[in-house]
Design a protein around this ligand. Structure first.
Ligand code: AMP
Length: 254
């Protein structure tokens, strides 16, 4: 089974995002960037499917292709996926952060060229928090989708996916080819070992640009403004539990 894993370069989850003075967006100058954490989970699961770990039979995945749409530095993100165990990469260079529909259209074109059996991707990119590309891609391809996966099994040509839904877990079977988006509890991604980081340097990354695809990526939204969350006001100290309870009882006093 061939697996395509879209990986996005985003602001590192440990970095405190700062808004640009003109309120047009988040300041990314000199900020640590990393692979979107949910995409790391998707890469890890695909590699486990190849290795026969995490409940998968060895060879469940026979080829893993990592694809990123972003600036030239997104090559590092792809290298990271290759160091975890993906086989090769594709970078579609774009200097602007494209909207989910544009990303989904480009990924559709990659799917049509690569013909994977499974697109395994993050449920959400932590920069825009859109939670949209997987769903849009499945719709554009007219493929089944299984979102928020906390467990994935490949059985009889189907992806059997356990989903985290309100109040419990739902298990659904999606006929392959399908799009599966992964949630936090699916697995804990490994740290790439030094030998694998070295090996990843020799793996192929195909370099493309948005112009290579006949896709309308024009924005449909205008960002009106971006602001920081309101600052928390200072707390107060209470002498003992009795005072705390008294203050909690008179709501608004704290
Ligand atoms: P979003 O809908 O923007 O929250 O992103 C959902 C998922 O789509 C991410 O976890 C990635 O797997 C994929 N994705 C979004 N943007 C990109 C991008 N520029 N390049 C590659 N994959 C992306």
């Amino acid at each position: 089974m061939k697996v395509l894993v879209p990986v996005k370069r985003v602001i590192d989850y440990n970095v405190k995002a700062r808004v640009k003075a003109d309120q047009t967006g988040v300041d990314l100058a000199n900020v640590k960037m990393s692979m979107n954490p949910f995409d790391e989970i998707a890469v890890e699961e695909a590699v486990r499917m190849a290795e026969g770990k995490g409940g998968h039979a060895a060879g469940t995945a026979t080829e893993i292709v990592a694809v990123s749409i972003g600036p030239v530095q997104a090559q590092e993100t792809i290298r990271n996926a290759l160091a975890i165990g993906a086989d090769r990469g594709i970078l579609i260079q774009s200097e602007t952060d494209l909207e989910p529909l544009a990303v989904a259209k480009l990924l559709k074109a990659v799917v049509e060229a690569e013909k994977p059996d499974l697109v395994l991707m993050g449920k959400q990119a932590i920069d825009g928090d859109n939670n949209a590309v997987g769903q849009m891609l499945a719709a554009l391809l007219d493929w089944p989708q299984a979102t928020f996966a906390s467990k994935v099994e490949i059985k009889d040509g189907k992806a059997v996916v356990t989903r985290e839904v309100d109040g419990g877990l739902q298990t659904i079977a999606a006929q392959l080819p399908a799009v599966v988006t992964v949630d936090l509890r699916l697995n804990t991604p490994r740290y790439a070992s030094l030998p694998n980081i070295m090996k990843a340097k020799k793996k192929e990354i195909a370099m493309k640009t948005v112009a290579d695809f006949n896709v309308d990526v024009a924005p449909r939204l205008t960002v009106v403004k971006v602001t920081e969350p309101p600052k928390r006001t200072a707390g107060i100290k209470v002498a003992d539990a009795a005072e705390l309870v008294a203050k909690l009882k008179t709501a608004g006093a704290l």
